[in-house]
Design a protein around this ligand. Sequence first.
Ligand code: TMP
Length: 415
Amino acid sequence: MKGNNDQYTTITACSICRSRTLHKFLSLGPIPLANSFLREDQLSAPEPHYPLDVCFCSTCGLVQLAHVVDPEILFKDYAYLTSTSKPMEAHFAKLAEDIIWRFNVPPGSLVVDIGSNDGTLLHSFQKYDMKTLGIEPAANVAKLAVSRGIETRNDFFDERLARRLCAERGQAKVISATNVFAHVADLEGFTRGVTHLLAEDGIFAIEVPYLVDMLKRLEFDTIYHEHLRYFAVQPLVTLFSRLGMGIVEVQHIGVHGGSIRVYVQKSPCSLSSRKAELLKLEAEAKLGSLKTYQKFAEEVGGMKESLLSLLKSLKAQGAIIAGYGATAKGNTLLNYCNIGTDILDYISDTTPFKQGRYTPGMHIPVFPESHFHESPPDYALLLAWNYAGKILQKEVVYRQAGGRFILPLPKPQLV
Ligand code: TMP
């Protein structure tokens, strides 16, 4: 990596295979950071914008951002709290159960969650009498986890911390990193840290959004500065085998628009049938070809045009439109498509931290859900599309009264 700015670096080599065969295929920025919601008094100050360019490594197939924003800027103060999302709470309860059941983890084992947020996953492990430790770089979020009774180290996980924790606490039977692995700048150093801290018979569990789903459903808005990489199984096989580790099992799961849960052990292992199935899927989706990504970029451009044309024609008819869910990905979509307060009156969101603030870049006010129910718009642009099923059910009264949702991806659709 080479520094070209004190706030971000531009990569010159692939973060898995170190090859320089990087091909830029999409540019969504420069835009502000997706979770930098603003207070009213910050609205007139200059807002930092960062390039958001995506490239493909034609040697190992890894899709990655071309610029890496300083993690201190990205993660020291964080807006997202896992426990504010009921579906994610339920998801993590199931994940804890799956790990304990599948790998026979005995009570009293040490479970370390990296990027533990407010401790939601570890709370589920505690119900099975596990010893737990969270690692969370965002001070505000780590503090909250501690107040909920989850021991949490306010730090970034790396090799140095792994060695220290190992000396203090011994090795862990389970290390988890859900929606964290794609955020790590030094992927190899991070994974080497995991190999120090993980017991010989331990299991490393990661969850990352799945590239095949992102391409198939045109989920380009899951691209933002925190997500440095867009994983498929093949590049992960390359990464872990370089470090002598092996992928025991892979599950294709529905969260965040389609993700993979990957279980990794410290020694190499043979190909499971599910892993083979996903590798086949990846070959069929032509993930190894630059053309696949160039086509994706073209479709993203087409989607922007059709969404803007729909929204503008609704506005021309006098419709009131609001956003539903002030998601991080929503901020990629709004900034890239240039959708501001001329189109959306407000965005409703259940997260107290976001309410009363303004979205980064487009400065759309975020209101509590009660506002949406008290003065319902004619149309609601569903920015939290990953919860579409649950939200459409929840908002049955709004829909029965004539309110309609706009599902933006893969192409704008009225529901
Ligand atoms: P996530 O996609 O990162 O989990 O974020 C979901 C965001 O959407 C979070 O800010 C909460 C918000 N949200 C709502 O406002 N209403 C809802 O019904 C759901 C499910 C989420």
